[in-house]
Design a binder for this molecule. Structure first.
Ligand SMILES: NC(=O)c1ccc[n+]([C@@H]2O[C@H](COP(=O)([O-])OP(=O)(O)OC[C@H]3O[C@@H](n4cnc5c(N)ncnc54)[C@H](O)[C@@H]3O)[C@@H](O)[C@H]2O)c1
Length: 331
């Protein structure tokens, strides 16, 4: 199995689960940051690693051919909305060109199946919520457009070339190991541990759906298993989320309460632009056609996540090390 984006948040949970289930995993690793949970957990010693970028056509073809890849989990992407605004070309290169390079290599090397990470962002702004899989993909902003494109290209490869591929559209993922402190949950936990008010970049009323990372990893595995057994799923997209409609403020206040700091109220900056105001998912198709159900609801997922960051920062030893990790821009 090939996993792209293996050192990211989702890859750091999916790869160990694949190894535990006895899979032979090859990871495409562009940046093997020592802080990645996959790297610090010693997992790179237990799998094969190919160093390089998705956009390297020869590398993608060589990897699939030399390792006789059967299944690909394509998670690799430039995932930060703020970075996508400052570097739209790099984001489109990684997310769109990187996806067609990967799918083309999979087609040429007769890979059996590919599971592609799209996102709820691929739907763009919509007056009709929750999102359902048949809704049009209307990304408007750089990251969202990159995901709409990657999603459509995947379905093109399935329908035109018969490449057995399926698409995952998740809400916001959260869990231990995410060191992108520009994301709301890691950022809010980090600020709270520093005894600082969390800066909410938007007006705090943006609405999002969420999914705990271990449930997301399970969703990818479930889809791969079902796709292997049922070719009618090829080209299909599936929403995965808890079906939540949480505002940023409500979520931050929940985190503060769970961390015993309810008085540390967030500061609303109200200077976000070019972002979808409201999004949440209908995951009924995944429940009925795949038999998928999330195991971890929001409170339990947050509890595990907070525990992970407490241990992580305790291991980093001092408050100075807390300050050493960039806070980035918050959601
Ligand atoms: N995190 C979320 O809230 C969320 C929600 C919905 C969908 N997704 C999608 O799920 C997937 C995994 O998300 P994540 O949170 O683990 O992301 P992440 O940012 O934590 O990790 C992304 C990984 O992709 C790698 N990568 C980036 N550009 C690359 C390139 N050109 N070549 C090779 N590797 C490259 C990075 O090094 C990193 O390991 C992504 O495709 C993302 O768009 C994420």
């Amino acid at each position: 199995m090939l996993v792209t984006g293996a050192t990211g948040l989702l890859g750091s949970w999916l790869v160990p689960e694949l190894v535990r289930r006895g899979a032979q995993v090859v990871a495409l690793v562009r940046d093997a940051s020592p802080r990645s949970l996959l790297v610090s957990g010693g997992w790179l010693d237990r799998i094969a690693c190919v160093q390089g970028s998705l956009t390297d056509e020869r590398l993608m073809q060589r990897t699939m051919a030399e390792y006789s890849i059967d299944t690909v989990f394509h998670l690799g992407a430039q995932t930060l909305v703020g970075v996508a605004k400052t570097d739209p070309v790099g984001t489109l290169e990684a997310n769109v060109r990187g996806t067609w390079m990967l799918l083309e290599a999979a087609r040429q090397c007769a890979v059996r199946q590919v599971i592609v990470a799209s996102s709820d962002k691929a739907y763009g702004e919509s007056p009709n919520l929750p999102y359902r899989e048949d809704d049009a993909l209307r990304g408007r902003y750089p990251y969202d457009v990159s995901k709409s494109c990657a999603d459509l290209i995947t379905s093109m490869y399935a329908r035109t070339f018969g490449l057995r591929s399926a698409i995952v559209r998740c809400g916001n993922l959260f869990g231990g190991g995410d060191l992108n402190f520009s994301r709301l949950i890691p950022g809010a936990i980090q600020s709270t541990l520093r005894e600082e008010s969390f800066l909410i970049r938007s007006d705090g009323l943006y609405v999002r759906d969420f999914l705990y990372v271990e449930d997301a990893a399970e969703a990818y595995l479930c889809l791969a298993e079902r796709l292997a057994a049922d070719t009618t799923l090829a080209g299909e997209a599936f929403n995965f989320g808890l079906g939540l409609r949480l505002t940023m403020i409500d979520l931050v206040e929940k985190i503060l309460a769970m961390m015993g700091r309810p008085g540390l109220r967030p500061t609303v900056m109200n200077n976000a632009s070019n972002e979808i105001r409201e999004q949440y998912l209908d995951a009924n198709k995944a429940r009925t056609r795949l038999g998928w159900t999330p195991r971890c609801h929001l409170d339990e997922g947050l509890r595990r996540t907070i525990d992970w960051y407490r241990a992580f920062f305790a291991g980093q030893s001092s408050p100075a090390s807390l300050a050493a990790l960039p806070a980035g821009q918050n959601a």
